[in-house]
Design a protein around this ligand. Structure first.
Ligand code: ADP
Length: 160
């Protein structure tokens, strides 16, 4: 079985992420969307909330599983017996950092490939930070995130 992991913060999941997941699910037998516990970032949603949101928007994908992990992505990939780490590429500025990470991961585990999928043009500008900023000013999120994510963002903003 060919397993891939899609690691990320997903704080929160957007239509840009979902587009990548849908396409990865056609390329691999089993896909693990893995929320990384990154203590340096200051997330809006807890790990548990992000995992729950991902699960609720991925119910239609039987070969996608959602989990979370701590530590190095390659170590988690090895633990999951994944053959690939899948990342989405948006603008050129993503490239430098992603290139560095892919080369580092290859050094750490030479049998785990990094696979990049280009974003769909209409989602190329979406990122979780922009979504949070728009939510904080009460703007419409309809074309950026699924309704359940919009609802949770509104709830979060009320309690902030
Ligand atoms: P990270 O902090 O690990 O970059 P993100 O949640 O920001 O976590 O992104 C997770 C993955 O999803 C990354 O590979 C990122 O490039 C990709 N991604 C984020 N937004 C988009 C988008 N709009 N289109 C395609 N890929 C995206």
């Amino acid at each position: 079985m060919r397993t891939a992991i899609c690691p990320g913060s997903f704080d929160p999941v957007t239509y840009g992420h979902l587009d990548i997941f849908g396409r990865v699910s056609l390329l691999f037998d089993h896909v693990i969307v893995a929320v990384s516990r990154n203590p340096i970032k200051n997330p809006l949603f807890s790990i548990e909330e992000r995992v729950e949101l991902l699960k609720s928007v991925l119910t239609n994908y039987p070969n996608i599983e959602v989990s979370s992990f701590e530590g190095l992505t390659v170590n988690y990939a090895i633990k999951c017996k994944a053959i690939a780490i899948v990342r989405g590429l948006r603008v050129i500025s993503d490239f430098e950092n992603e290139f560095r990470m892919a080369l580092t991961n290859k050094k750490l585990a030479c049998h785990v490939e990094t696979v990049f999928l280009m974003t769909k043009a209409e989602y190329s500008f979406i990122n979780s930070s922009t979504v949070k900023e728009i939510a904080s000013f009460g703007g419409s999120l309809r074309s950026l995130v699924p309704p359940i994510v919009e609802e949770k963002l509104r709830e979060k903003m009320k309690t902030k």
